[in-house]
Design a protein around this ligand. Sequence first.
Ligand SMILES: Cc1ncc(COP(=O)(O)O)c(C=O)c1O
Ligand SMILES: [Zn+2]
Length: 412
Amino acid sequence: MKKIKTLQCIRCGKDHKLLEAKYNCSSCGGNLQVLYDYNLIKKRLNYEVLKDNPERSIWRYIDILPISNLKNVPPVQVGWTPLYRAEKLGAECGVPNLYIKDDGRNPSASFKDRASAVVIARAMELKEKVITTASTGNAAASLACLTGSLVMKTVIFVPETAPAPKVAQLLVFGATVIMVKGTYDDAFDLCLKASAEYGWYNRSTGINPFTREGKKTCAFEICEQMNWETPDKVFVPVGDGNIISGIWKGFVEFHRLGIIERLPQLVAVQAEGSDSIKRAFESGMDVQPVSGKTIADSISVSLPRDGMAAVMAIKDSGGFAVSVSDAEILDAIPRIARGSNVFAEPAAAATYAGLRKAVSEGKVKENESVVLLVTGNGLKDIQSAMQSVGKPYVINPEMTELRKLLTDNNLV
Ligand SMILES: Cc1ncc(COP(=O)(O)O)c(C=O)c1O
Ligand SMILES: [Zn+2]
């Protein structure tokens, strides 16, 4: 593919040719990133071309994606999710210029569809027959969803604790589902061994260099939807660190292509029990494993698989990291819903909890524009959502009972 210059190791800088490198660096095992011939791409992808492009999905950016054509892409709309101005929510937290990027509107109801779509298209070009992934749940649900009608077989490794709605998605879309008695990290290691033994194509985060390519499209969309302006800050929920490093790559590439003039600061939001990237960023040390314990299953990670790239993204953007408790995450679910009409799963709601904390610490100024990345829909984890709200009233179908209930509870 002429547009791709190299797959470069983010740790040691070693260059790899596209067809020589399937996963990690051949020298040091570090994660690879795709670098393009940006001068070539500039001729095809610029403000004028984008402005007139009617395509409303991630494929409007095919010129800067690692696939040759649209013959092999899943036949459902991935990306071009809405960016809402969240006035009421913004007023509540003292940031009037607040936006929500609702990525729960993707086909499998999470941000992960962006990555899966690109990896699947790539796997189809390579004529792979079986694709596999380890996942906390969403990456798997998205892989199962987007391969649903394709000839490719899908084998999924998730921790036994994955929320039931995500597991339902896996089974409904026809994947082979292997629940691992252990953590996401255990599922990850088993998936890696299985893909090596059986030759399955591995989509797992940190292994596959193309997930970041799909994820960067969200940054492109934010720029376009904000009328080619860059927000001051983007709050990103962080587990493995692949979303935040992908988002950063997107902004950097648009900047490099001359499509935007300045870069935003990225704020990594982690759960207190799963804050390995925050610790590494603040201490300047390598990413170390933590317990990974949090109610926000999607960001429950002991050893982040793209931690180094995530720390670099926070640092290079001049941003910072914030951690929030499970109670703060749960509290944020109904707040976002009532303040912006968007139902977020716990990991996604963590962004708002993180924003509130950052505002209280004086790290966000009132006049700044802020985007919260809502990466997964709330229906993905009903159990947690129900913990964040009260119980409904239950009565017999009688007007007398209804009148009494309404009066007793001051509801009329
Ligand atoms: C809804 C949601 N938010 C955030 C994340 C965190 O992304 P990453 O692990 O790339 O940091 C995930 C990953 O599974 C997710 O599903
Ligand atoms: Zn290397």
